[in-house]
Ligand binder design. Structure first.
Ligand code: ITT
Length: 198
């Protein structure tokens, strides 16, 4: 079976990705399982650039296909913040309870129609022959007034999807994957990867 290394230290991402790629007939292993433990400097200026930086940096340490995900929350009323700095916003080790409350506070007085936001997910695949494939997915929502839900990870408790009447933290993994930025980017990547697998 073809092996794919998923280049992430984020357990929430890894859990979602394993489910989304379950029908690809590949063995998805984490960086840790592949014995790779390096810290990559994500110094790109776009999600796609950072995804490529991670995929190729990890790809240098294995003969397997490497997939990387660079993602984040883009809030219109905050000029796109936290954007590509989503993981680093208020410090990498700060809890999401604090980060989420801070964003809610910064939007105090902003009405529903101006609380629009989207999650972006850029996926890069570094193939053993040096080729790099790219896909991207987004999901639209609005920033809530309080945290809601216990599922998902990161900013999910404040990301409210009006058509569902729920935050993405109130969805099961399967429900979230069916509509999410990560689900859509990876479905597109599956189409590209099928040409290289088997
Ligand atoms: P790796 O680089 O090791 O993959 P990371 O968490 O540092 O892990 P990113 O640099 O891509 O990854 O930052 C993504 C951040 O964006 C993530 O930590 C969350 O804060 C946020 N984010 C991305 N997708 C999300 C989702 O589906 N739900 C909630 N928050 C999300």
């Amino acid at each position: 079976m073809t092996k794919i290394v998923f280049a992430t230290g984020n357990q929430g991402k890894l859990r979602e990705v394993k489910k989304i790629l379950a029908d690809l007939n590949v063995d998805i292993v984490s960086m840790k399982e592949e014995g790779i433990q390096i810290d990559v400097d994500e110094n790109g200026t776009t999600f796609a650039e950072n995804a490529q930086i991670k995929a190729t940096a990890i790809g240098a340490h294995t003969d397997a296909i490497v997939l990387a995900d660079d993602s984040g929350l883009v809030i219109d009323a905050l000029n796109g913040e936290p954007g590509i700095y989503s993981a680093r916003y208020l410090g990498e080790d700060t809890s999401y309870r604090i980060k989420n409350q801070n964003l809610i506070d910064r939007l105090e007085g902003v009405p529903d129609e101006k609380r629009t936001a989207h999650f972006v997910c850029a996926i890069a695949a570094a193939l053993p022959d040096g080729t790099v494939l790219h896909t991207e997915g987004t999901i639209e929502g609005i920033i809530g007034y309080e945290e809601r839900g216990e599922n998902g990870f990161g900013y999910d408790p404040i990301f409210y999807v009006p058509k569902l009447g729920k935050t993405t933290a109130e969805l099961t993994d399967d429900e979230k994957n069916a509509i999410s930025h990560r689900g859509s980017a990876l479905e597109k990547m599956k189409v590209l990867l099928r040409e290289y697998i088997n």
